[in-house]
Design a protein around this ligand. Structure first.
Ligand SMILES: CC(C)(COP(=O)(O)OP(=O)(O)OC[C@H]1O[C@@H](n2cnc3c(N)ncnc32)[C@H](O)[C@@H]1OP(=O)(O)O)[C@@H](O)C(=O)NCCC(=O)NCCS
Length: 189
């Protein structure tokens, strides 16, 4: 796991939202993005219309779309895509190259042949609950909930809800085991 090289940091007082960030030309942050205090951003990111909570770190080449929310104290590793309709609660780890999905039957065009726009399809939501971890290369299909402190194995395809404090892996992802309720940090048994 690599730490992102941080190029921008939101500097507002704790608890206050800001859109002002000392971004470099190779970051793309639209003015409607809401950043909490102490958010750390790497280079080559693309953020628009989204909300990111205090102290969260976003790695390089991450895209986060409008109406997506990432909570406080999260780590989002490089090359991850978080689409519209995804809510990530606090303390969540997201590995490298994780892909979320919000449309199970996508089409490029409507019947008449023009390109689809956002009025032609419905965003299907996804929720990642507090303290969960998603391994690198996982794909999270639409309309699923990943439970608190659950762990999704690298390369998994998550097609159903993941119960809290469970480790799941594979395609489709299946429960490997349950973590002890006495466990502390994510990853302990
Ligand atoms: C799933 C994971 C958490 C291990 O969980 P675990 O409960 O300790 O599982 P084990 O290692 O005991 O493996 C149990 C079985 O699942 C399999 N397995 C483990 N990880 C798997 C994965 N990602 N996908 C598919 N199968 C997996 C193992 O091969 C083993 O199968 P076997 O019994 O047939 O040999 C870990 O392998 C993983 O994928 N972690 C994510 C790491 C990551 O992406 N980090 C990102 C930052 S670098």
């Amino acid at each position: 796991m690599t730490e992102p090289s941080i190029v921008a940091q939101a500097a507002s007082a704790p608890g206050k939202e800001t859109t002002a960030v000392d971004a470099t030309p190779d970051t793309c942050i639209s003015p409607d993005v809401k950043l909490g205090a102490g958010v750390k951003l790497s280079r080559f990111i693309n953020l628009y219309g989204c909300e990111i909570g205090d102290n969260t770190k976003i790695g390089a080449f991450v895209e986060i779309q409008k109406n997506a929310r990432v909570g406080k104290n999260c780590k989002v590793s490089s090359h991850t895509f978080i689409c519209e309709g995804v809510t990530v609660q606090d303390d969540v780890f997201i590995g490298h190259g994780v892909t979320f999905i919000n449309d199970l039957y996508p089409r490029a065009t409507v019947a008449g042949g023009r390109l689809q726009n956002e009025n032609d399809w419905i965003v299907v939501p996804t929720l990642v609950r507090r303290g969960a971890s998603i391994g690198s290369g996982a794909t999270i299909l639409a309309n699923v909930e990943i439970g608190e402190q659950a762990i999704v194995g690298a390369g998994s395809v998550v097609t159903h809800d993941v119960p809290s404090r469970c480790v799941v892996a594979g395609n489709p992802a299946r429960v490997l085991r349950r973590l002890s309720s006495a466990a502390g940090a994510v990853g302990e048994q």
